[in-house]
Design a protein around this ligand. Structure first.
Ligand code: ZN
Length: 338
C-alpha cells in the first residue's frame, strides 16, 4: 500500500468515519508497519488494528525484551524513569488531598509509585510485565501488582488519582481503559495521561511510528477521546499538549473543537514534508541529538556508579530533588463543589 492511499475500514471509534488514508508504511527500524489517519477526525492508528488478546500476551512477556533488551531495567533506565517520576509527582502532588489514593497504571519499574509513597500518598501500581513488577516490589518495596488494567481489583470510587504515563498509546482498547478508570475515581478524582505528541513531529516517518504504539495521538484527538469517556482537561494549558491532567465531566462542560478533517489534512502534510532523510540530515538535528545523548550517558554513568544499589541511588536523587509537596490547603474539590 502506498502513502496517501485511501482505504475503507470499520467505523472510527472516535467519529464513526469509515475512510482512512495511509500515513506511513514503515515504522521504527524500517519494519513494515501500516499507519493510517481517519479522514473524519485525524485519529492515527495501526492498520489493521491488532487482536486485543495478542496485545495482552505481548505485554505480559515479550515487550521489555523486545524494546529494552532485558527483563529488568538497567540502572540508567531506572534513573531516567526516576527523574521523570519526580517531575510528574511535582506537578500532580499539589492537586491531591492529604494521603490521596493514587494508582499508576503501567507502573513499569515502580519509580512513580515509590516517589508518591515517599511523599505521603497511598500509592500503588499495576504493571503487566512480570519482570518489571517483581523489580518494583523487590527494589522499592512498593505495591505494584502484576497484571493488566482489565484484571485489576479496584473498588468503585476509591481513587483520587490514576496515572497513565506513556501507556494509552499501547492499549488495544483505550476506550475501555478510560471507562474503567472513570468508575475507579472518587468524586473530585483526577486522571493524568501522557502520550507522545504526533503533531509537530519533525523526525523521519521511519522514526515516528512504532510497532508498539497502536494509537498516535495529537492534543485534539486525545482530548476528544477523553471527552467521550467522561473527562475534560483540568485547564486550557493542559489541553494544549499530550501531557494532560483530566477531571470528570460536569453538566455545562463543552467538548473542545480541533479533531476533524482539517487535522487529518494537517497530519498528512506534516508527514509528507518531514519524510526526507536529506532534510533531516541538513537540519542538524541528528548531530545535536547525538551530542545531547552522549552528555546524558556520561552524567548517568557517573550517577549510577556513585551508589551501591538502585534503591540507594533513588533515595539520594529524591532527597536532592526534594519531595513533592501538596499545597498547604487542600485543593478545591471541583466535583464536590459542582
Ligand atoms: Zn475518526
Amino acid at each position: 500500500m502506498k502513502i496517501g492511499t485511501r482505504i475503507e475500514a470499520s467505523p472510527c471509534r472516535l467519529c464513526g468515519g469509515k475512510e482512512r488514508q495511509v500515513l506511513a508504511t514503515r515504522g521504527r527500524g524500517m519494519e513494515p508497519l501500516t499507519t493510517v489517519v481517519c479522514r473524519g477526525c485525524g485519529l492515527v492508528s495501526h492498520h489493521p488494528l491488532p487482536d486485543p488478546e495478542e496485545v495482552a500476551a505481548f505485554y505480559a512477556t515479550r515487550y521489555r525484551v523486545a524494546y529494552k533488551g532485558g527483563w529488568e531495567p538497567k540502572r540508567k533506565h531506572a534513573l531516567r524513569a526516576l527523574r521523570g517520576a519526580i517531575a510528574r509527582a511535582g506537578r500532580l502532588a499539589p492537586l491531591l488531598p492529604a494521603g490521596g489514593r493514587v494508582l499508576d497504571v503501567g507502573a513499569s519499574s515502580g519509580e512513580f509509585t515509590y516517589v508518591m509513597q515517599r511523599a505521603g500518598f497511598a500509592a500503588r501500581g499495576i504493571e503487566p510485565n512480570q519482570g518489571y513488577g517483581e523489580f518494583a516490589r523487590r527494589t522499592y518495596g512498593v505495591a505494584v501488582e502484576t497484571g493488566g488494567l482489565a484484571e485489576a481489583a479496584v473498588a468503585p470510587a476509591s481513587l483520587d488519582l490514576v496515572t497513565l504515563n506513556h501507556v494509552l498509546e499501547h492499549l488495544a482498547d483505550p476506550w475501555d481503559a478510560l471507562r474503567r478508570i472513570g468508575g475507579w475515581l472518587a468524586p473530585g478524582g483526577l486522571l493524568f495521561i501522557e502520550v507522545p505528541d504526533l503533531s509537530g513531529v519533525r523526525k523521519q516517518a521511519a522514526n515516528t511510528f512504532h510497532g508498539a504504539h497502536i494509537w498516535n495521538f495529537t492534543p485534539q484527538t486525545l482530548v476528544l477521546l477523553a471527552w467521550r469517556q467522561g473527562f475534560v482537561p483540568l485547564s486550557a494549558e493542559d489541553a494544549a499538549g499530550t501531557s494532560v491532567v483530566f477531571r470528570k465531566r460536569r453538566p455545562g462542560d463543552a467538548p473542545s473543537a480541533g479533531a476533524g478533517p482539517e487535522l487529518a489534512e494537517r497530519l498528512l502534510r506534516q508527514v509528507a514534508t518531514a519524510g526526507s532523510p536529506l532534510a533531516y540530515l541538513l537540519s542538524g538535528a541528528p548531530f545535536t541529538r547525538r551530542a545531547a545523548r552522549l552528555r546524558r550517558n556520561i552524567e548517568e554513568r557517573i550517577t549510577c556508579a556513585r551508589h551501591a544499589t538502585v534503591r540507594a541511588m533513588a533515595d539520594a536523587v529524591i532527597t536532592a530533588a526534594g519531595l513533592p509537596t501538596r499545597r498547604r490547603e487542600d485543593p478545591i474539590r471541583l466535583d464536590a463543589a459542582a
